[in-house]
Design a protein around this ligand. Structure first.
Ligand code: HEC
Ligand code: HEC
Length: 436
């Protein structure tokens, strides 16, 4: 009897000891039937070998023969079970594979690999095993909860999420995140969800609010830097917190994640500060803000705050003006007539602006004040060097945003009007030789 107690204890001990070479002993300790069978085989072998060595201790011949037969049967049965895997269900199978994968990770990770190519291969193995372990853990959980998916339809209803393995060299946060989530961002599916300026944390709140004030009432806050009658808000509506498109003008949401950015105007990368000064000098016919000024810092802090949560260099679908279909030959004369019909009531017959208009759709604009159409040309408007002075930019801006609150022009009409407006006199921009 004592003999069997000894064998049983050794078997239990061996069963657990077998897991010691798994990578994460606790996480990857899944009950493995295969390992149980292997333990049985070893137990059987131990029975036979130990008994034969200790024959002089156990004198009862019959008992010894029965014990030996039991040992042989145990080995036979376990071999049968382990090779046929008849008792191994889906979940059992995966539970057995997890420790197995885990060993592969351990050896691939800790072996003294010096060859760069072997290292790469080992890293690939680690990544694949990690991914498969995550997949198996997910599947075990799903099968325990919902049963197995036996049919193709069932499979489609309960698809396995795509997991990404890692070599353990990435950050903990990204490892094990289903790649669906990550690839969304890669594909540019960024969410439009800008925080409100007033929700900024205490330390930057005042600065963010100052930045917001500057871009909505530019001249009032930067009297020495603005040279015309425009504000940033005239082209970047709602302080730039918009999703672009119809009535959305030119958004600022996410610009902090977009710069520094290549621009053909400079044929180099420009940072956000330079970009802001570009609009200040060209669109507002003004002077550049000094980099260290509070006002510049405030504008940039505001841009950063409303870009919160957007990954650096993500594709941001709402930024920039969307190009219109080209191919239409813009007609200046038609544009003049269309301007008188559609624009003059707010922007004046001579594009000088200042025509007060009752804001009919006050709820959509949110302030209900009378709105001045700002100047479109002449000394109080943007310069020849402004982005808005480019025919294709003006056409797109007008098509999507004008008449204010109810843009209803066709693309052709927008091209014609833009041709007319860009042909009018406006301040020169002489700071460099490029017209824009
Ligand atoms: C109902 C009044 C109204 C009508 C009509 C209107 N606009 Fe505007 N427009 C505005 C207002 C107001 C702004 C400034 C928006 C803001 O600050 O929120 C503006 C801004 C602009 C701007 C950018 C700022 C600037 O001065 O350069 C352009 C360009 C423009 N409008 C062109 C046009 C054209 C072209 C038409 C005719 C198709 C037109 N608008 C019709 C009210 C109007
Ligand atoms: C007369 C119209 C106008 C005014 C006024 C104006 N901008 Fe712009 N702004 C533009 C145009 C046009 C673009 C280029 C849009 C594009 O690239 O599709 C632009 C682009 C920008 C960009 C880059 C956006 C991006 O997606 O890369 C920033 C930042 C910016 N402006 C800031 C300002 C600031 C700050 C002010 C006020 C100091 C201002 N703008 C005033 C017309 C204007």
């Amino acid at each position: 009897m004592k003999f069997f107690a000894m064998i049983a204890t050794s078997m239990v001990a061996m069963f657990f000891l077998m897991y010691l070479n798994s990578y994460q002993i606790i996480d990857h300790f899944w009950f493995s039937e295969t390992r149980l069978f292997m333990t049985m085989i070893m137990g059987g072998a131990m029975i036979i070998i130990m008994l034969l060595y200790m024959l002089n201790m156990y004198k009862d011949k019959n008992k010894n023969i029965i014990t030996l037969i039991f040992g042989v049967l145990l080995i036979g049965a376990a071999i049968g079970l382990v090779r046929s895997q008849v008792t191994v269900s889906d979940v059992d199978y995966m539970e057995g594979m997890i420790p197995h994968h885990s060993i592969a990770i351990l050896t691939s990770d800790r072996s003294q690999i010096k060859d760069v190519r072997v290292r790469e291969l080992a890293d690939e193995i680690i990544e694949a095993q990690r991914r498969e372990i995550m997949e198996m853990q997910w599947l075990i959980h799903d099968i325990r909860k919902n049963g197995i998916a036996a049919t193709q339809e069932e499979k489609e209803r309960r698809p396995v999420p795509e997991f990404e393995g890692s070599t353990g060299k990435e950050t903990i946060e990204t490892a094990g995140v289903p790649s669906e989530i990550k690839s969304d961002q890669k594909a540019g599916e960024v969410m439009y969800n800008p925080p409100k300026p007033e929700d900024a944390p205490d330390q930057i709140r005042d600065v963010v609010l100052l930045g917001h004030k500057i871009v909505t009432e530019t001249k009032k806050n930067l009297p020495d830097y603005v040279g015309n009658e425009l504000t940033c808000h005239n082209c970047h509506f709602e302080g730039g917190i918009t999703q672009g498109g119809k009535n959305g003008s030119i958004s600022y949401v996410g610009v902090a994640a977009k710069y520094p950015k290549y621009r053909d105007r400079q044929d180099f990368s420009v940072d956000l500060m330079t970009r802001v000064n570009n609009c200040l000098m060209r669109s507002l016919n003004g002077k550049p803000l000094p980099p260290e000024s509070k006002e510049m810092t405030a504008i940039l802090t505001y841009f950063h705050w409303i870009s919160k949560g957007i990954p650096i260099y993500a594709d941001i679908p709402w930024l920039g003006l969307k190009p219109l279909k080209s191919g239409h030959q813009p007609d200046n004369t038609k544009g003049k007539i269309l301007f008188a019909e559609n624009c003059a009531r707010c922007h004046g017959d001579n594009g000088q602006g200042g025509m007060k208009q009752k804001n009919i759709k006050s709820e959509s604009h949110g302030n209900g004040h009378d709105e001045n159409g700002p100047p479109l040309w002449g000394s109080k408007s943007f310069t020849h060097g402004a982005g808005m002075a480019r025919l294709e930019n003006l056409a797109s801006f007008v098509y999507y945003n004008m008449p204010r609150h109810e843009p209803d022009l066709t693309e052709e009409q927008a091209w014609d009007i833009a041709a007319y407006v860009t042909a009018q006199p406006r301040p020169e921009f002489e700071k460099d030789d490029k017209p824009w």
